[in-house]
Design a protein around this ligand. Structure first.
Ligand code: SF4
Ligand code: MG
Length: 326
């Protein structure tokens, strides 16, 4: 097991009170596996990722419970210096907004090269050559010239490729990509996603792909974990989820995106808004929006029911959802 997150809890102190951003998340990622973490914005996906990476400082969040086992060691018990070493070399993160993640006053060649100078002790010249290689690997045309350009001189899609190159530089065992294609237009999204999938296979990395967009994960993910109000509400192999969701929230997400296998079907948005994390509804947090909700849903928090091997759902009525209308 490459990554195992156990019972992770994260809180934020806000003006309105304590926000329970992550309320007991558990998940695993194997080497070479892609886990997609899916949910509307504000459901705790990014906070979970930041807690795993150990970069939960802005805004000030606090891990109150849980374990983050990376290659068998609990990262939450390591010294910051040791974590920083792991973060640089063995796990890397890709963000949505490359322009703010890259340094605007350094050429991309210098930024990529820096990784090799700092972590591998290479000379500037060798590091520069490796930077060009990497830019080639992520298919940036004319890499040998473009290595001298600054981030703002690249298109959004090309900048995202540079971020991928930065993440790949030290050949990490795990990459966490937080909405890596959200800012791009649809065709560029598909290209960047294909590239990420291809490199993941080639380097046999674990990949955690965080997204609000079910449309982008079908082809690349092995498994999907659906998050709602700081919890994972369904987790299953990707094909199971597409065939028949076992949680009404997953069904709502599926019904709100266009799908090739369901041409001509009306798209319906999930009614209402995700809850404020300072005041999560009692019982099942999804009950105010759920078409299947009953009295018990308003009082009893659903545990994670085992639906089948490798598949869980936090819905009292998962059977009904699974075999229900379609
Ligand atoms: Fe809906 Fe109840 Fe299931 Fe929650 S537990 S998803 S409210 S049916
Ligand atoms: Mg986010």
């Amino acid at each position: 097991m490459l990554l195992e997150v156990r019972d992770l809890h994260v809180e934020f102190r806000t003006r309105d009170g304590i926000a329970r951003a992550v309320g007991g998340v558990g998940c695993t990622v194997d080497a070479g596996e892609t886990l997609a973490v899916l949910g509307e914005s504000g459901c705790g996906k990014s906070v979970t990722a930041q807690a795993v990476m150990g970069i939960l400082d802005t805004p000030p969040g606090r891990i109150t419970r849980g374990e983050v086992l990376f290659q068998g060691r609990d990262l939450l018990t390591l010294k910051e210096e040791e974590r920083r070493r792991i973060r640089g070399a063995r796990m890397a993160m890709i963000f949505q907004d490359a322009l703010s993640a890259l340094n605007p006053v350094l050429t991309v060649g210098d930024q990529l090269g820096e990784m090799f100078v700092v972590h591998r002790g290479m000379s500037r010249k060798d590091a520069r050559a490796r930077a060009v290689d990497l830019m080639d690997r992520v298919r940036i045309p004319a890499a040998a010239q473009r290595v001298r350009d600054y981030p703002h001189q690249f298109s959004g899609g090309m900048r995202q490729r540079i971020m991928i190159a930065m993440a790949l530089a030290l050949e990490p065992a795990l990459i966490i990509a937080d909405e890596p294609t959200t800012a791009l237009d649809v065709t560029v999204q598909a290209q960047v996603m294909d590239l990420l999938g291809e490199l993941r296979r080639e380097y046999r990395m674990g990949l955690v792909l965080i997204t609000h967009d079910l449309g982008v994960v079908a082809d690349v993910a092995d498994r999907i974990a659906v998050m709602y109000a700081g919890r994972i509400v369904e987790s299953a192999p990707v094909h199971d989820i597409y065939k028949a969701p076992a949680h009404p929230y997953t069904r709502g997400l599926l019904d709100s995106v266009p799908r090739l296998d369901r041409k001509g079907r009306r798209l319906t948005a999930i009614k209402g808004q995700p809850p404020n994390l300072v005041a999560i509804p009692p019982g099942c947090a999804f009950h105010p929006r759920c078409p299947l909700a009953r009295d018990v849903c308003r009082t009893d928090v659903p545990p994670l029911y085992e639906v089948s091997e490798g598949r869980v759902s936090a819905c009292h009525f998962w059977r009904e959802c699974l075999h229900g209308r379609d």
